[in-house]
Design a protein around this ligand. Structure first.
Ligand code: PMP
Length: 403
């Protein structure tokens, strides 16, 4: 028998009502809901084996350490990292990118460039601005086309011998564009640049293999992948991580400390100062296990078809304009409606129990390039159904009557 594609029952929150209506959750690009197994794993840790990890000789600490390191191995395997020592636990994508920006500081100076795109999330823009302010390097952004894709001609024109780092999103959170990262990584490496990929929106929807991509760093967040908030991961090539200075100083990241001098711990602990988010890491591992038990291929196909259905139905509503028209898209449907601000539509949909996000989606330069104040964004995940599409379309039609 074919496995059921309705997994919504695994997510307790999806059974609740909002404003007197069944919840239609279409904000998974902001954060995904959590399956019961993830919630249970976190509860189990606190109820059964809460202890600080590493450096302790008692049973609870050993259990907690084993559970956390097991989670690290699972997360590393999920993205094809060759070795769990290349997988640093962070607070999320934002911290992963800031970590790289902080640790690369010594490699930059006047005349060097960081290349990004106009499509980036603010967390893949501002850390590079700060790096440039510290070092005198320059930040350059390659253009986005009016249809919402990276302008590859402009990318190749801007990539050059001064480019020391290329930092790009794998998937746009605002539009859902899947960027041609493999081609861009190869081109950047030919110029001798390092490459960081912001994978926040990619890991749930694509099979990511950092080994095959060949990127130097890959940052992502557990909460966009059915895991808890406050935990994420940064992949980095071991040889490179070995060369970099530590990020923060404190316990755990050291091998030996004297007042005059400190030697650092081995990877990945050199980059994990202080008590880590142990419960979060364990919840992250449980989310990876959960994903591994799903008929992922079939679920992703269904999700893609829901996204296409939503686009084709919304397009037929007079006054609705889709934002972004491109070859490869996942999860996100961004649109505008004539005669009303996106925020008004967000409120009118919320009154019908439909959760979408409105505004600039932390991508102000992209909105500026597209000449719009923001969008209404419906973002899908593996637990959404055709009913969610029907409710969204009916909800937009009803909202239009009010404005
Ligand atoms: N990059 C992208 C593309 C994102 O969508 C997000 C989250 N919206 C981030 C980075 C930042 O992720 P976090 O807030 O989990 O650190």
């Amino acid at each position: 028998m074919a496995p059921s594609l309705d997994i919504s029952g695994d997510f307790p929150i999806l059974a609740r009502q909002v404003n007197g209506h069944p919840l239609t959750y279409l904000d998974s690009a902001a954060t995904t809901q959590k399956p019961r197994v993830v919630i249970d794993a976190i509860r189990h840790y606190y109820e059964r084996c809460n202890a600080n990890v590493h450096r302790a000789a008692h049973a609870l600490a050993e259990e907690a350490t084993a559970a956390m390191e097991d989670a690290r191995a699972k997360v590393a395997a999920l993205i094809g990292a060759g070795d769990a020592q290349e997988l640093i636990f962070t607070r999320g994508t934002t911290e992963g990118i800031n970590l790289v920006a902080a640790c690369l500081t010594g490699r930059f100076g006047p005349g060097d460039e960081v290349l990004i795109t106009e499509m980036e999330h603010h967390s893949n823009i501002v850390p590079w601005q700060l790096l440039c302010q510290r070092t005198g390097a320059a930040l350059t952004a390659c253009r986005v086309t009016p249809t919402g894709e990276i302008d590859l001609e402009d990318f190749h024109a801007k990539l050059g011998p001064r480019t020391k780092l290329l930092a790009i999103g794998h998937v746009s959170n605002a539009l859902g564009t899947v960027n041609p990262v493999a081609e861009m990584i190869d081109a950047a490496h030919r110029q001798g640049a390092l490459v960081l990929i912001d994978g926040a929106q990619a890991v749930q929807h694509l099979d990511v293999d950092v080994g095959r991509l060949g990127c130097d760093f890959y940052a992502f967040s557990a909460h966009k992948l059915f895991g808890p908030t406050g935990i994420g991961a940064l992949y980095g090539k071991a040889a490179l991580l070995e060369e970099l200075p530590p990020y923060q100083g404190g316990g755990e990241m050291i091998e030996h400390v004297s007042i005059e001098h400190t030697t650092y711990n081995q990877l990945p602990y050199k980059f994990e100062a202080g008590t880590p988010n142990i419960a979060g890491a364990i919840g992250f591992g449980a989310a990876v296990d959960y994903l591994g038990g799903l008929p992922l291929h079939a679920l992703r196909e269904r999700e893609a078809s829901l996204v296409n259905q939503a686009i084709s139905h919304l397009k037929q509503i007079p006054g609705v304009q889709m934002v972004g028209e491109f070859r490869e898209r996942v999860s996100v449907v961004s649109f505008l409606v004539d005669g009303g601000h996106p925020h008004d539509f967000g409120t009118l949909l919320d009154q019908q129990g439909i959760a979408v996000r409105t505004g600039h989606h932390c991508a102000m330069p992209l909105m500026e390039r597209l000449g719009i104040p923001g969008t209404i964004r419906a973002s899908f995940a593996l637990y959404n159904s055709a009913t969610d599409v029907e409710r969204l379309v009916a909800g937009v039609e009803k909202a239009i009557e009010f404005v």
